[in-house]
Write a protein that binds this ligand. Sequence first.
Ligand code: HMG
Length: 374
Amino acid sequence: MNIGIDSIAFSTSNYFLDLRQLASHRDVDYDKYCIGIGQTKMSIFPPNEDVVTIAVEAARKALRKVSQANRIDMLIFATESAFDLSKSAGIYVHRFLKLREDCRVFDLKQACYSATAALRLAKSHVAENPDSMVLIVASDVVKYSPHTLGEPTQGGGSVAMVVSRDPRILTLEDHSGVHTADVMDFWRPVDRKEALFDSKLSVYNYLKSLEISFGRYLEKVNFSAYDVDYACYHAPFCKMARKAHRQIFKNKSVENTLIYNAVIGNSCSASLYICFVSLLDNSPEDLGGKRIGFYSYGSGSVAEFFSGLMVRGYEDMLTAEENRRLLENRTEISFAEYENFGKADAGGKKYKNIGDVTLADVENGRRMYAENSP
Ligand code: HMG
């Protein structure tokens, strides 16, 4: 049975900071950001937008192309930016999407890797229950402290994928190479909003884990690296994906996978799959029948290299124009606003949400979401 991605869509915040502004206020040469790390803008989240509100928007877009959403009996919310250690963020999404009551809903966490764990789990679930569909929503907001090396690599976004049999975009192949190692390269203790990291170790371990997981993948499959036509990588910043690509595929281009991430920033669990959407939307070549490799990396660390085959006619499932408009129509914020954006209370000034759902208030830890009136 062919199982894989039947529909996919992403969203991010309506607001961004141009990294020219950050460079000038931090007294850094803008070329370091633009060329050195490959980023030009980063999504910034107002207090009424969070991993749930952008997830609902991504999921609604993905479901527009799915006529039998009542087959969804599992919703997996992949995130490392959860605000509640008990209640799953996915339950709010379940409510706004009006999914069936006998749908299993839970969160998965392992840094930027969790959406890939969700994808493997979804594949097994559909293999056991061929009429089921699984909705995966990967959603993260990445924050580093001001003046740190990580500051220009903040961002955030959400990707929603429907996994089913006879998928219309990508059939997942069976084999993958996995590598897990206890490495302290990036972490966020529960009392902190901003992540902590060891720059050099994180870059080293990302590349080392790629070498090992890709090697394990090649040992299992009955083809060679030359049979992987394109590859998408977890992209904490675009230069990282370019380095990864150079390490394993010398002659192929990765640029079309990075167009969206360059202006969104790091979206952690969603990042790899936003790269995939970027490739789908921007490839001049018909990708039907091509093999796409995926490198998923989550600090801490777990890495996995796997692949899928593009389904012919996948173009009918794309929303490339809408995706470009979403990114072009965002509002630029000033540096002063950037410094204060995260500080306002959810009940304060209302900024425009990317979709129809807003975080209206937080009271005693209870998050109250509401549908924006038209
Ligand atoms: P840094 O120390 O600021 O940068 O760290 P650098 O000094 O290494 O410079 C970066 C590049 O810019 C270099 O090029 C410089 O030469 C170049 P490279 O040698 O790499 O090819 N450069 C310039 N180029 C043009 N003009 C200039 C100029 N100056 C320098 N004037 C780093 C950069 C991104 C590592 C830092 O921002 C950071 O630590 N970020 C956070 C951690 C991170 O993203 N790590 C990535 C791997 S771990 C991961 O992906 C997991 C993660 O997503 C979390 C999770 O799993 O949940 C982070």
